[in-house]
Design a binder for this molecule. Structure first.
Ligand code: SF4
Ligand code: SF4
Length: 429
């Protein structure tokens, strides 16, 4: 690494620069870091990356391609934050470091160009994303996908292989803006529906609304809500992420009768919960209201009775739920309320699966090595279902299971709760 005086200063806000000083170099985070585990390199560890960011901020280290590459090899899983006894806010440091690298023009190559275009111009614009999903769905149905994917470079092929069969347009219809509570009303919640969720996991969104309504909550899906901006921030485009966050603040804080803003996507929930990091003045009100849907149901208490589901289920923690939002026990407790459901443990449930947003496109080799470790842990316990609450993880684990011919299904925990409600409604088997 070039240890020369800084030519491209890394503009870290004072508080974040001070955040790099919180690292006491103890190394307790190292064995929790997937990229360090694979490479064994200090520069690919949290401690190494923090040291580099600090060096750049102090002017002792050049912000060059080597530094940028190590920041981009990071999965952003934030396992290091959970492990860190000094409370280093690594996620915020990483976003700022990547933004500085992007501004310095250190994101070259076709993969970053495709990612940047998709993140700015397609994913946050629902009508464009819908048109793209429809087009890709036709490619799948006409079975052009196999020969097309064979001709693509590895990163694109890996991203393509993650795609499940895309639902027809009718199954991607928008959620109703208002769904009334069933039975005795307990309150009103707002749902952040996400950008990819309605297109790929519309069934999960509809199950979420059904479960909340059955549990006594009016569900509003505010108009004007936008993509959470997490992927943009992780890619180093904090300005674009901030402008989406502003629209979400306006959409979700207008109605004072809302008890909570819920997300069923760990990545979105973590970003919404940290809106005040991006918008210190105006983001606090939204940040305080955000809950993960499983966390919320655990908090208010699930309305029983639930029907029986005789299934062996392994719960796998999405990084941005367990490390980003510190929610680990709630989804497990929720699943344990289902009669007949056997919750089984697997080693390293809190380790990243290698999905990490667009990581599979940008770092296909590392992504598949991290996934392999996860698949080995899951295969050992032979679950019938793996439950996880994040779209990227759902896609990655499904693709991993399919590639290895593992028999388990991968579902969102809310789909299991919804199935248990339906099992009760349809009576004893
Ligand atoms: S966020 Fe994950 S991959 Fe990145 S340094 Fe921390 S533990 Fe390692
Ligand atoms: S655990 Fe925290 S203080 Fe220790 S090296 Fe890692 S980031 Fe630094």
């Amino acid at each position: 690494m070039t240890l020369s005086k800084l030519e491209t200063p890394l503009s870290l806000p004072e508080s974040l620069y001070e955040g790099t000083l919180d690292c006491v170099h103890c190394g307790l985070c190292l064995t929790h870091c997937p990229t360090y585990r694979v490479t064994g390199r200090e520069t690919s560890s949290p401690r190494g990356r923090i040291y580099m960011m600090r060096g750049v901020a102090e002017g002792d280290l050049l912000l060059d391609q080597t530094v940028a590459d190590e920041l981009h090899l990071c999965l952003g899983c934030r396992a290091c934050e959970t492990a860190c006894p000094s409370g280093v806010q690594y996620g915020a440091l990483l976003e700022t470091g990547r933004t500085a690298a992007a501004r310095a023009g250190l994101r070259p190559g076709w993969r970053h160009r495709i990612e940047g275009f998709a993140l700015r111009h397609i994913i946050p614009v629902p009508r464009r994303l819908r048109a793209l999903t429809t087009f890709l769905g036709w490619i799948q149905r006409l079975r052009f996908d196999h020969w097309l994917a064979a001709a693509w470079p590895r990163g694109l092929r890996a991203a393509w292989n993650l795609l499940p069969p895309l639902p027809p347009r009718a199954d991607r219809r928008p959620l109703p803006r208002f769904t009334p509570a069933e039975g005795v009303r307990r309150g009103c919640v707002a749902l952040h529906e996400g950008c990819l969720m309605p297109e790929i996991f519309g069934a999960v969104n509809r199950a979420t609304v059904r479960v909340l309504a059955r549990n006594g909550y009016d569900v509003v899906v505010p108009e004007g809500q936008r993509c959470c901006g997490a992927l943009l921030a992780h890619a180093g485009d904090l300005d674009a992420a901030r402008s989406l966050a502003r629209e979400n603040v306006a959409a979700f804080t207008a109605d004072a009768s809302i008890d909570a803003v819920l997300s069923n996507s760990a990545g979105c929930g973590a970003a919404l919960r940290e809106t005040h990091h991006w918008l210190p003045d105006e983001g606090e009100a939204l940040a305080k209201q955000v809950r993960d849907v499983c966390e919320w149901l655990d908090e208010v208490g699930i309305r029983e009775p639930l029907g029986r589901l005789s299934l062996r289920v392994a719960y796998d923690d999405p990084c941005h739920l367990v490390h980003g939002q510190r929610v680990a026990a709630a989804p497990r407790r929720l699943l344990e309320t289902v009669p007949g459901l056997e919750l089984i443990r697997h080693s390293d449930a809190e380790a990243c699966c290698g999905a990490a947003g667009t990581y599979g496109l940008l770092q296909p080799e590392m992504s598949s090595q991290v996934l392999e470790a996860k698949m080995q842990c899951l295969a050992k316990v032979e679950p019938e279902v793996v439950a996880t609450g994040n779209p990227g993880c759902l896609l990655q684990l499904r693709a991993g299971a399919q590639e290895r011919h593992l028999a388990f299904r991968v579902l969102h925990p809310i789909e299991l709760i919804d199935a248990a409600h339906q099992a009760h409604a349809s009576g004893p088997a």
